[in-house]
Design a protein around this ligand. Structure first.
Ligand code: KPL
Length: 313
């Protein structure tokens, strides 16, 4: 992997909103690409005095790496210098977080949303300043938070990023992200790529949460029909949105992710276990919302949403 010179990429100009497992993994990956001991900036909703953390990451080969980071609050003056904001909060937090931050960011700050599910890109459109650039992305890298500033990288995965609206991401940041995140592709058509990831989450997340199981259990034959039904309904809606999905490839992709992450507990399973809000409204719930717009009823996905909402009560 090549190392880029730091002069063009001051990390102080890159902010990561949300210091969860994926936010810290990406922060570490960007930081490792830079040559000198610059600090990553994590923006959190915390108030009051925040001391700089000493984050560390345990790699796939169990090596622990320490790196430098700042924590900025929403009121830190440094926010006005951020040129690339990577948003790695949960889908249901995106709108609120961006609405608090948007007027403090420079007008040319490019925003990259990186979360499970779909929908927040539409919610934040009215908040964007004229021409402000927005990219969307998805990653299937695995990461687990061991404690507040210690994250374990638990699985390799593909990261896809693409332009959505406004001014395109500056080349220097595209290059930085492609060089620092393993298996990171910039794609021309990000929305179909996000629908494919949506399909993965529409299957794995609610089924593992409802059946309280690891992802791998979904390989059992009793789940095959349900998986097909979920994907069939998803494809009906995708077609109405003029998104072409190859059902055979999509099924293979979902089964492959189940196999590759067989030992993991999905984020929705974990959210339910930890009594946290789930992203169901932005996964199967997003599908229902788009289906309703087209006058389609989705019985199987509707039932999944209701079951997860019941569990979450
Ligand atoms: O993205 C995931 C999640 O848990 O949210 C998958 C790919 C299903 C891996 O667990």
């Amino acid at each position: 992997m090549s190392v880029l010179s730091t002069s063009n990429y001051p990390t102080s100009q890159i902010g990561i909103l949300g210091a969860g497992a994926i936010g810290q993994l990406i922060g570490f990956q960007i930081n490792s690409q830079l040559q000198n001991q610059q600090k990553m900036s994590y923006i959190t909703q915390a108030t009051g005095l925040i001391s700089d953390p000493s984050p560390h990451l345990t790699s796939l080969v169990s090596q622990t790496h320490h790196y430098n980071a700042h924590v900025l609050s929403l009121h830190s003056p440094e926010i006005s210098e951020i040129k690339l904001l990577i948003v790695a909060v949960k889908a249901y937090q995106v709108f609120n977080a961006i609405s608090h931050l948007i007027t403090k960011l420079p007008a040319d700050c490019h925003i990259l949303l990186l979360h499970n599910g779909l929908g927040p890109h539409l919610e934040i459109l009215p908040l964007l300043q004229p021409h402000q650039g927005l990219s969307l992305g998805t990653t299937s890298q695995g990461a687990q938070r061991i404690d507040k500033w210690h994250v374990k990288h638990t699985g390799k995965g593909l990261t896809q990023i693409g332009h959505y609206t406004g001014i395109a991401m500056a080349d220097e940041y595209r290059q930085l992200l492609s060089h620092s995140i393993p298996d990171c592709d910039f794609v021309d058509e990000i929305i179909p790529a996000l629908w494919q990831k949506l399909a993965v989450n529409c299957v794995i997340n609610p089924l593992t949460a409802i059946h309280q199981c690891k992802n791998g259990i979904l390989q059992q034959s009793e789940f095959s029909e349900k998986i097909q039904q979920i994907l069939f309904e998803l494809n009906l809606v995708a077609q109405k949105e003029a998104i072409t999905l190859d059902m055979q490839q999509l099924t293979q992709r979902v089964l492959k992710v189940i196999q590759l992450t067989s030992n993991n507990y999905s984020s929705m399973f974990q959210d339910i276990q930890h009594k946290k809000l789930t992203e169901i409204d932005y996964i199967n719930g997003y599908l229902l919302k788009v289906a309703q717009k087209h006058g389609i009823q989705l019985d199987v996905n509707q039932q999944l949403v209701e079951s997860v909402q019941l569990l979450a009560q």
